[in-house]
Write a protein that binds this ligand. Structure first.
Ligand code: PGA
Length: 257
């Protein structure tokens, strides 16, 4: 049984005051629900992590960062390390988000280094993979996914992969309002799981959680999560409001597979 995981990626939104307000609101609303069947994680900007960690204290909501560097410390201006994230209260970290691949030169190689460092420090990585519109239209979706999966996960042991979450995020669906249909998501999730079956084994393939990301909203979460290989969602825009994120968690926890 794979436990559903819903994560909110706040991107570069919310100053400290707003982040405290949003996390407090989520804590209050989610407390009213029975969401024990779902792992819930929020990923605010670096500057708000410590304050949000304090808000989340004694709640079941996990805290994650949106990126990290693979060295523990050093002359790496502007970077933040895994031990720093742990100290700030993080249990999770998003790695290889398409916006980082697209705008900040992230490659499978840097994703792989970050992934190893995150796992080495006991952070749960959420590793993002996904094709862009040009690649999809050129029928290269599976090729891109295979490249992202094989190279981002290079030399990751089965034991470590079991501690990793994968997020399939078709770039054409991120922030565009265009969601993949349940069928489109399922097709790629199954492809990823079959790939893991080839690289690892049945146990790993059947245990690793694969989230879908890209314009997830209260209106489409039920359709997506009902698919057999979709184990959760990485939510951007709709995670910035108490009401929409709470509805997504509620609906995800109502879908029984
Ligand atoms: P979106 O973002 O839900 O706003 O499309 C998803 C993501 O980038 O993780």
């Amino acid at each position: 049984m794979r436990k559903t995981i819903i994560a909110g990626n706040w991107k570069m939104y919310k100053n400290i005051v707003e982040a405290i307000e949003l996390s407090n609101g989520l804590k209050r609303e989610l407390f009213k629900l029975d969401f024990a069947a779902v792992d819930v994680v929020i990923c605010p900007p670096f500057t708000a992590l410590s304050e949000v960690a304090e808000v989340l204290n004694e709640s079941d909501i996990g805290l994650g960062a949106q990126d990290m560097y693979w060295q523990d410390e050093g002359a790496f201006t502007g970077e933040v390390s895994a031990p720093m994230l742990k100290e700030a209260g993080c249990g999770y970290v998003i790695i290889g988000h398409s916006e980082r691949r697209q705008f900040f030169g992230e490659t499978n190689e840097t994703v792989n280094k970050k992934l190893k460092a995150a796992l080495g420090h006991g952070l749960t990585p959420i590793v993002c993979v996904g094709e862009n519109l040009k690649e999809r239209e050129a029928n290269k979706t599976f090729e891109v996914i295979e490249d992202h999966i094989k190279n981002s996960l290079l030399d990751i042991s089965a034991e470590d992969l079991l501690k990793t979450v994968i997020a399939y995020e078709p770039v054409w669906a991120i922030g565009t309002g265009k969601t993949a249909t349940g069928e489109q998501a399922q097709e790629v999730h199954k492809y990823i799981r079959d790939l893991l079956r080839k690289i690892y084994d049945d146990t790993v393939a059947d245990s690793v959680r694969i989230q879908y990301g890209g314009s997830v909203k209260p209106e489409n979460i039920a359709e997506l999560i009902a698919k057999p290989d979709v184990d959760g969602a990485l939510v951007g825009g709709a995670s910035l409001k108490i009401d929409s994120f709470t509805q997504i968690v509620t609906k995800a926890s109502e879908v029984k597979k």
